[in-house]
Write a protein of this length. Structure first.
Length: 295
């Protein structure tokens, strides 16, 4: 696969977030509502699309938990299938719950649904007390005065992979993380990317799978051929959408099996989403790509 630029997602690509972001999703709902979904069920939301933002995924999963209390009769798989059919994302989740409950039950769900409280619990669990004070500017709850799951993110990418990619390609980063959390992860893995070559939640571009972020990076990297590497179907769809939006350039989407999608089933899911290639991990990338002389 020819490339001039390689754009990398962070979560599930450079670092493993099963014990950090995904754990925070499950436990923030449990702390607020005393019940939650299983960690393995998070992937159903990711596969539905539109949940690149883990805060919004948490909100949608909490909405499902509250709806289930009111007699909503679908399991997570059926719920997320309906969400996917409506285009994915939080708005679709709200629509599906609205279809499945009467007006009084729905009113009770929304009375108890509290995205602000969920986000605060999430950030306290994920960041830990010290980073929560530094980045969020608040004082953690006494029972949430923790070290933080952000410190439990094993590094996936190997130093040799970073060296090989940096030597042959222009490298950028496109992530749904806030900028400060992205900087922490990039520092941990040893990947130096200038600020103008990374786009995060804090930048004024629509989130994945919207193509604007990837198109903007291709422009900044001055690349005619860009490969985007991610761990979800939304990442692959971002590349496909960029190709449609910006036909003057070529975009390729590569899925890696180090996030929630794994094995044969994960490969098939990526392929159905339009992946140009599927790799066991980002460390296979140097062997997959050939540098294309931009001259």
């Amino acid at each position: 696969m020819n490339a001039e630029a390689v754009v990398l997602d962070i979560d599930g690509v450079l670092v493993d977030v099963a014990g950090s972001y995904r754990r925070a999703i499950v436990e923030s709902i449990e702390r607020v509502y005393a019940e939650t979904i299983g960690r393995s069920e998070i992937q159903s939301f990711k596969n539905a699309g539109g949940f690149n933002n883990d805060w919004e995924l948490t909100d949608a999963a909490a909405l499902f938990v509250l709806a289930r209390r009111e007699g909503f009769d679908r399991d997570v798989g059926a719920f997320t299938d309906r969400v996917a059919a409506r285009g994915g994302g939080l708005d679709a989740a709200e629509a599906v719950v609205g279809e499945g409950l009467g007006s009084e039950a729905l009113a009770r769900v929304y009375e108890n649904w509290d995205p602000d409280r969920l986000r605060d619990a999430f950030q306290q669990l994920y960041l830990g007390a010290d980073l929560y004070r530094d980045l969020e500017g608040g004082e953690p709850d006494p029972d949430l005065d923790t070290r933080g799951y952000i410190h439990d993110e094993p590094v996936i990418v190997e130093p040799g992979t970073i060296e090989a990619l940096a030597a042959e390609f222009s490298v950028g980063v496109l992530t749904g993380r806030p900028a400060a959390e992205a900087a922490i992860a990039l520092s941990r893995v040893g990947l130096e990317v200038p600020s103008n070559r990374r786009l995060t939640m804090d930048d004024p571009v629509a989130g994945k799978p919207h193509p604007d972020g990837l198109v903007a990076l291709a422009d900044r990297l001055d690349a005619r051929h860009t490969v985007f590497v991610g761990d979800t179907v939304d990442d692959v769809r971002t590349a496909r959408n960029a190709a449609e939006t910006d036909p003057e350039r070529e975009y390729r989407g590569v899925g890696v099996l180090t996030g929630g999608l794994t094995g044969v089933e994960g490969t098939e899911t990526f392929e159905r989403a339009g992946a140009d290639a599927v790799c066991a991990s980002v460390n296979d990338l140097p062997g997959l790509l050939d540098p294309l002389d931009s001259a």
